[in-house]
Design a protein around this ligand. Structure first.
Ligand SMILES: Nc1ncnc2c1ncn2[C@@H]1O[C@H](COP(=O)(O)OP(=O)(O)OP(=O)(O)O)[C@@H](O)[C@H]1O
Ligand SMILES: [Mg+2]
Length: 354
């Protein structure tokens, strides 16, 4: 069952159309990422789902109940939604335990049950024993963990996270988001994570919905999105690309990198744009391997891998990502081959060509 169903959501601020018919369906117990560039309408979408903003058209359904629609507007506090904002979410004058327990109702079950749940969610986010600390005694990463624990505590129908890790530095960010993902899983929560970071979306979510200029362009699993992007824009937004012109012949495309196997669906027509991922390019020392001749222009070392810029015979430059390219120094003649299948998109129409 889908916990959240958004249908045809529209919203304009004055003359500016921000959401132009958004559909999004998030299955119960899963984590969906809404991925899109700055200003595409992600926060506006979350605010409408949470009930802080009214849509001009369309509807929002939560756990089978319409909470926003043409004649329905359930107030935010009645929607059973937990929210984790970007930063600064905690009450500075309340301890960690009281921050986390804030949304838990008094009465039913009594204080012991409440503190049991506070301890339980603090355990889930890796902060066992922190209940008596004050927010200013925590690091930025720990504060975000507390914010997630507070959102989880009342067992809401849905948790909305609006770029909650963007203030953290890279290493800490990966660690906190992995722990938060595990906590959401352990609690069986349904969640929507808004981000403009493709790596964060691909590595964290069960489902990634790509938004562009107020529209959903594609919603798919991370793997499907990376391997089968709906268009060139999605292809380059979710990862690095090597873009080539090609001519289709059956299931193969003839390009400057040779004749490449094309992944389904194969587009109609013969002129295509071909997307190769840099990690699909395999380098060998000249004379020893398959592939087309190229010369190394530059190598950029990142520790875990390196990018190697290569100039092909026709002057085109392509970039390979390699785990083991210490030998491929600038000026060296090499061969470059493509491993695996590539994605193709219709090429420029004949009348659009210069
Ligand atoms: N209350 C408002 N009044 C007028 N315009 C608004 C309002 N809220 C948002 N906008 C505009 O709507 C557009 C989308 O804003 P939104 O905050 O939803 O984008 P976003 O995708 O969350 O961007 P970011 O990644 O930078 O947070 C922007 O052009 C913004 O200026
Ligand atoms: Mg935003």
């Amino acid at each position: 069952m889908s916990e959240l169903v958004v249908l045809g959501l529209c919203k304009a601020f004055g003359a500016t159309e921000v959401l132009a018919g958004i559909d999004l369906s998030v299955p119960s117990g899963s984590l969906a990422a809404v991925l899109g560039p700055s200003g595409c309408g992600k926060t506006t979408l979350l605010r409408i789902v949470a009930g802080f903003e009214r849509p001009d058209g369309g509807s929002v359904e939560l756990a089978g109940r319409t909470v926003a629609g043409p004649s329905v507007d359930v107030p935010p506090e009645k929607r059973r939604i937990g929210i984790v904002p970007q930063e600064g979410a905690l009450f500075p004058h309340l301890s960690v335990g009281r921050n986390v327990g804030y949304g838990l109702r008094r009465g039913a079950g009594g204080g012991r049950q409440r503190s049991g749940r506070v301890e339980e969610v603090l355990d889930m986010v890796g902060l066992t024993g922190y209940a008596d600390r004050m927010p200013h005694e925590l690091s930025g990463g720990q504060q975000q963990r507390v914010a997630v624990a507070r959102a989880l505590a009342p067992r809401p129908a849905l948790i909305l996270l609006d770029e909650p890790f963007s203030a953290l530095d890279t290493g800490l960010r990966a660690e906190v988001r992995a722990d938060v993902r595990a906590a959401l899983r352990a609690d069986g929560a349904t969640a929507v994570l808004v981000t403009h970071d493709q790596e964060e979306a691909l590595s964290t979510a069960d489902l990634v919905a790509v938004m562009r200029a107020g529209r959903m362009v594609q919603a798919a699993t991370p793997r499907a999105l990376y391997l089968l992007p709906a268009d060139l824009g999605v292809a380059s937004f979710v990862g690095d690309t090597v873009l080539l012109d090609g001519t289709l012949s059956g299931r193969r495309a003839v390009t400057a990198l040779g004749s490449l196997a094309v992944r389904e669906p194969v587009p109609a027509g013969s002129a295509v744009r071909v997307v190769v991922r840099p990690e699909q390019l395999v380098l060998t020392a000249d004379g020893h391997g398959d592939g087309v001749p190229a010369r190394v222009r530059e190598q950029i070392f990142f520790g875990h891998d390196a990018l190697v810029h290569l100039e092909l015979r026709d002057g085109a430059v392509v970039t390979a990502r390699s785990l083991d390219a210490a030998w491929a120094q600038a000026g060296l003649d090499v061969r470059v081959a493509v491993r695996g299948e590539v994605s193709c998109f219709p090429g420029p129409a004949a009348d659009e060509r210069p």
